[in-house]
Structures are given as structure tokens and as C-alpha cells.
Write a protein that binds this ligand. Structure first.
Ligand code: ATP
Length: 201
């Protein structure tokens, strides 16, 4: 079984960008944001539980989860938020564990890409963690230009996430993403070699 290496970083730090660079080297990766959406797709047991708990108005006419409505509820009510997390976190974790073990795979490691790797028990799925790091100012600039958000909104999201220094203190490996993409690619290639060696044991 391949080792699972976590890859995390704050909003707009470059997790997806770096994951794609590993992907180009043949590394399999699973995106926790995508899995978090998959587990509440129409027909899923988790979505049925959510509709049962909150009522059918939490569904859109097409049967998909009304995420905005759900966000509003759990933002206002900590108990509902806890209920939802108690349902979803184990479900997401199990699905991540499943997708992280592909049937046919040659490399000794796979990547779990997640903004909440260190904040949730997702880190228990991984043997070590890569942190994609940029200065906060870069994070703000890139997120603003990508999402068309205003500065205050982005600063609020960053303030709600783990502070940069805390995240870095929990890193086994760091990719510095305040550089041109070609330089970042070199770091990724270097780390890939290191991981191939250490995961082959
Ligand atoms: P989120 O947590 O918000 O999903 P993320 O950590 O996955 O974000 P990306 O989407 O990979 O971050 O990167 C954020 C933005 O910054 C994107 O528009 C991306 O193209 C750009 N970007 C990433 N790395 C670099 C770089 N080294 N130089 C310039 N732009 C970059």
C-alpha cells in the first residue's frame, strides 16, 4: 500500500497548483474539497440524513444540497454545526481513505490535498505533511484576483484559518510558493525524489 502524504496550506496558498505539479510526475492525489462535495451528492446516505434533520427546504429543486442555506444555518447555530460535522467528518474521512488506495498504482506514495488536513482528524490518514507556504500578503493578492473577492472578505477567511506560523510548525516538508512557477516545479521535483526514497524505505 502506498504511504499517504498530506498537502495543505491556507486559502490561495497554491495547494491545487502544487498538487497538479505532483500529478504531472505521475503522483495520484485526492482533493478533500471534491470528496466533501461527493459525499453529499443526490442519492447519498449523508444527504438523506441532512434532509431528514433540516427538512426538505435544505434541498434545491433539482435535488442538490442548498449549500448557501446550510451555511447560513450552521453559521448561526453552533449545535447544528456540531451535528453536521459529526455526520460529515467521518463520512469524508472514510471516502478519502478509500480513494487514497487505488487498485493499480506503482509509486510508493499518494497525496491527500486538503485545506483542513491539520484542523481535522484528516491528518491521521497521512504519515507526514507538506505545507505550501506563501506570505499572507501574497495569499490575499492571489485569492482576491482569483475569486474576485474583496480584501476584507479574504482577510476574514484567513483569520479563521490556522495561523501561518502554527501551520509551518507542523510541517514535515515545505514548498515555498512565493516564486515563479518554474522554481516551484523544481522544489516539487526535488521533494518527489526525497519522498520516493523515504517511502520506499
Ligand atoms: P484554495 O484553498 O482557495 O482552493 P489553493 O491553495 O488551491 O487555493 P491555488 O488555487 O492553487 O491555491 O492558487 C491560488 C491562485 O494563485 C491561483 O489563481 C493560482 O493560479 C495562483 N498561483 C499559485 N501559485 C502561483 C505562483 N507560484 N505564481 C503565481 N501565481 C500562482
Amino acid at each position: 500500500k502506498p504511504a499517504v502524504i498530506g498537502l495543505t496550506g491556507g486559502i490561495g496558498s497554491g495547494k491545487s497548483t502544487v498538487a497538479k505539479m505532483f500529478g504531472a510526475l505521475g503522483v495520484h492525489w485526492v482533493d478533500a474539497d471534491i470528496v466533501a462535495r461527493e459525499v453529499v451528492e443526490p442519492g447519498s446516505p449523508a444527504l438523506a440524513r441532512i434532509a431528514e434533520h433540516f427538512g426538505d427546504h435544505i434541498l434545491q429543486p433539482d435535488g442538490n444540497l442548498d449549500r448557501a442555506a446550510l451555511r447560513t444555518i450552521v453559521f448561526r447555530d453552533a449545535n447544528e454545526r456540531e451535528w453536521l460535522e459529526a455526520l460529515l467528518h467521518p463520512t469524508i474521512r472514510d471516502e478519502l481513505a478509500r480513494q487514497l488506495q487505488p487498485d493499480h498504482y506503482d509509486l510508493p506514495y499518494v497525496l491527500l490535498v486538503s485545506p483542513l488536513l491539520l484542523e481535522t482528524d484528516q491528518h491521521t490518514l497521512a504519515t507526514s505533511a507538506i505545507v505550501v507556504d506563501v506570505p499572507v500578503e501574497t495569499q490575499i493578492d492571489r485569492t482576491m484576483s482569483r475569486d474576485d473577492n474583496d480584501r476584507e472578505q479574504v482577510e476574514r477567511i484567513i483569520a479563521a484559518q490556522m495561523p501561518r506560523e502554527h501551520r509551518l510548525s507542523r510541517a514535515d516538508y515545505v514548498i515555498r510558493n512565493d516564486q515563479p512557477l518554474a522554481e516551484v516545479e523544481k522544489q516539487v521535483q526535488e521533494l518527489h525524489k526525497q519522498l520516493l526514497d523515504s517511502c520506499r524505505g
